[in-house]
Ligand binder design. Structure first.
Ligand code: IVH
Length: 680
């Protein structure tokens, strides 16, 4: 492709992807499947790799996260980022209205908006391109978090419509609650400390060094204020319509109110309605609509006189803790659950609350039959935030974390630095086996969806499948005719599953298809603790095949980008178990991929055209794989040592003649480990 052709293709793909993105994340309209979107994005990525100088800062490829930021630059705000004065009662609002009317008379109109409980952000666009995103900081200066903000899909990297040369808009970055729950569930399963609330974790996420991790967290953003605006726009309401036309996500949940009565109606509606939103709000913001009136009201040192925030009271009820149960998840993580006397909270009856881990039980100093305070926070399941100790019976028994697994009786273990307790019987504890099987067939792993909807559980309950390798031993006769009544995940109704001809064919077909998936999927599907999708990809690219990975030492594992001690220890522990190695052998003979394809070998220019002679026997990698690594990282393999050789990579039993020659020519002789370090 010529440069000119590439330029026009890049422009075409970027525009197309921008439109899909805007429709999906701002307008909630899906115009293309995820799969087709990914194909187009990959095509664009590839073109930008081939023609790097054609890559622009507003390219849709920027959304996946660029280079890590070491230190966030401090930026002075062009206009200070003020906060809002707070109010907590109807009287406060009546007083505010009086103050406003005193200055501008009775002809006042207000806009009521939701008060998003997130992190304030200021976005600057130059010639329609997002150039800077800055946090509030101390109001005068904040941190430049542009690279992280670019990963937020609802924030335009390039404006639509009629934009000025320069523009600043402010808004709030927040965690959608579904996403917050997904991340906390994942953290809990992995024994990590859960995030306390969506606001703090949104703020922590914006300050992460690696934008790729930010991208994975799927933050969102509503915009609500222009510190400076075109002078033909005369009201805040129109300013928001203008923001909408530029491609920003603005809230539809606003109202124009002529008096305090209408303001109170809005407040009361949202005090209830907030429970149905997929994000947290902590109140309502009331703004004078007319921009000239805003100007005449002006600002105090801290906040505008033309706006006020009304803060909701926390939704909290008191109820009795009847019992504490313990659930075992797929990784063996044990989660305590509080069973409560049913109580009405924000329109729903609450019977259970998550206790998350042993520390939370201990910090609350929970006793059975305690009267506890339950709050609905950012999580879907409410949480216990305190205990009414004055109502405690002096003989009340303290709640203690269990020491043995409630499912299989094996001892529980809690590792240093981890929040969760785990059942140690990883391969024979029923929920763990079922969980592992479910993980193995899941979409992001082996993608055998013909085994979804309870079918895998049926195979386990019928003792036909006890571990993942058994799946590949199933045949038509062994599963035809199986039957079971299950409760449907979709509507909670009873549903009969029978393995008739078509079902069996689909299952066997799905299993067969899964054999075609690459090594990184298989590695992720194995369900090794702390080896998620990204880690599996990195490991497979680095070690090329499962044998190299199984032999790797802690030092070799942590030399891989993003692999820390915890992941490395978990991998070593997993491969140290002979049953796991047997499963791998069985899966290998069933035809699964345990080696990456040649084209997937990680490539770089790290070896900079240097020439290598590889000699001897290596501990953790075959000579062939080592040579492949040299080539894929830009080096050259040469057969014999000469004065032009840059390095000799020496394994065990390197011939004495070669050794002598290398020494006499002063060529550096490096070990396998030293070579690996050159790559990481
Ligand atoms: S307007 C000049 N509108 O609440 C002040 N702020 O506690 C412009 N906030 O600093 C702010 N939702 O971070 C505005 N609809 C909304 C808001 C909102 C949340 C935040 C914002 C502000 C803080 C004040």
């Amino acid at each position: 492709m010529t440069e000119l052709e590439a330029k026009s293709k890049i422009a075409e793909l970027s525009e197309e992807l921008r439109t899909y993105n805007y429709n999906y994340y701002v307008l909630s309209k899906s115009l293309i499947s995820d799969y087709d979107f990914d194909i187009k994005l990959k095509e664009l990525e590839k073109l930008e790799e081939e023609f790097p100088h054609l890559k622009t800062p507003d390219s849709p490829t920027q959304r996946v996260g660029g280079e890590p930021t070491k230190d966030f630059k401090t930026v002075v705000h062009k206009y200070p980022m003020l906060s809002l004065s707070n109010s907590y009662s109807e009287q406060d609002i009546l007083d505010f209205d009086q103050r406003v009317r005193k200055v501008i008379g009775d002809n006042v109109e207000y806009v009521c908006e939701l008060k998003y409980d997130g992190v304030a952000i200021g976005l600057t666009y130059k010639n329609g391109i997002l150039t800077q995103a800055v946090t509030r900081g101390d109001g005068t200066q904040g941190d430049d978090v542009t690279n992280n903000v670019k990963t937020i899909n609802s924030i335009p990297l390039k404006l639509r419509g009629n934009y000025p040369d320069e523009l600043e808009i402010r808004g709030e970055v927040f965690f959608p609650l579904k996403e917050f729950k997904r991340i906390n569930d994942e953290r809990q399963e992995n024994g990590l400390q859960i995030f306390a609330n969506p606001r703090n974790s949104a703020s922590g996420t914006l300050k992460m060094q690696d934008p790729k991790e930010v991208a994975a967290r799927k933050l969102d953003c509503f915009l609500y204020y222009f510190p400076e605006i075109r002078n033909d726009i005369t009201t805040h309401y129109d300013a928001m319509k203008y923001a909408d036309s530029l491609g920003f996500k603005i809230s539809k949940n606003t109202a124009l109110c002529k008096n305090t009565k209408e303001i109170f109606e809005f407040i009361n509606d949202w005090d209830i309605g907030r429970n149905n939103l997929d994000f947290e709000i902590d109140g309502i913001v009331i703004k004078v609509n007319d921009l000239e009136m805003q100007e005449s009201l002006g600002f105090t040192a801290k906040s505008p006189r033309w706006a006020i925030a009304y803060k909701f009271k926390a939704l909290r009820v008191e109820t009795k803790l009847e019992d504490v149960g313990f659930q075992v998840g797929r990784t063996g993580a044990v989660t305590p659950v509080a069973y409560l006397s049913p109580v009405l909270l924000a329109g729903t009856t609450v019977k259970r609350a998550s206790l998350h881990n042993a520390d939370i039980i201990q910090n609350l100093d929970l006793h059975f039959n305690d009267l506890v305070y339950v709050e609905k926070g950012g999580e879907i399941i409410p949480k216990i935030v305190g205990v009414n100790t004055s109502a405690r019976n002096e003989n009340a028994e303290q709640v203690r974390f269990i020491t043995n697994c409630p499912e299989c009786g094996s001892p529980l273990q809690r590792k240093d630095g981890e929040a969760a307790h785990y059942c140690t019987n990883t391969d024979n504890c029923p929920p763990q086996i079922k969980g592992k099987l479910e993980h193995f067939i899941s979409r992001k792993a082996m993608n055998i969806d013909s085994l979804g909807e309870g079918k895998i559980e049926m195979l386990f309950d019928s003792k036909l499948v006890n571990n993942i390798s058994d799946l590949y031993k199933l045949d038509y006769d062994s599963i035809f005719g199986l039957e079971k009544v299950i409760i449907s995940e979709n509507d909670g109704k009873n549903k009969k599953i029978s393995f008739r001809e078509k079902t069996v064919e689909n299952i066997l077909n799905g299993i067969e298809q899964s054999k075609k998936l690459g090594f990184e999927k298989v590695l992720f599907a194995l369900g090794i603790r702390h080896v998620g999708e990204t880690v599996a990809k990195k490991l497979s690219k680095h070690f090329i095949n499962v044998d190299n990975l199984a032999k790797a030492s802690i030092e070799q594992l942590v030399a891989v980008e993003d692999i820390g001690d915890k992941i490395a220890e978990s991998i070593i522990e997993w491969f140290a178990d002979s049953r796991h190695r047997e499963i791998i052998e069985e899966l290998k003979s069933s035809g699964l991929n345990f080696e990456i394809e040649e084209g997937d070998i990680e490539s770089s220019n790290k070896l900079d055209n240097k020439s290598f002679v590889v000699s001897g026997i290596f501990e953790n990698i075959s000579r062939n794989d080592l040579k492949k690594l040299i080539e894929s990282n830009g080096g050259r393999n040469v057969g014999s040592i000469s004065s032009k050789t840059d390095y000799v990579v020496a394994g065990k039993n390197m011939g004495p003649a070669k050794l002598e020659k290398a020494q006499s020519l002063d060529i550096p002789i490096i070990s396998e480990d030293e070579f690996m370090k050159m790559l990481s």
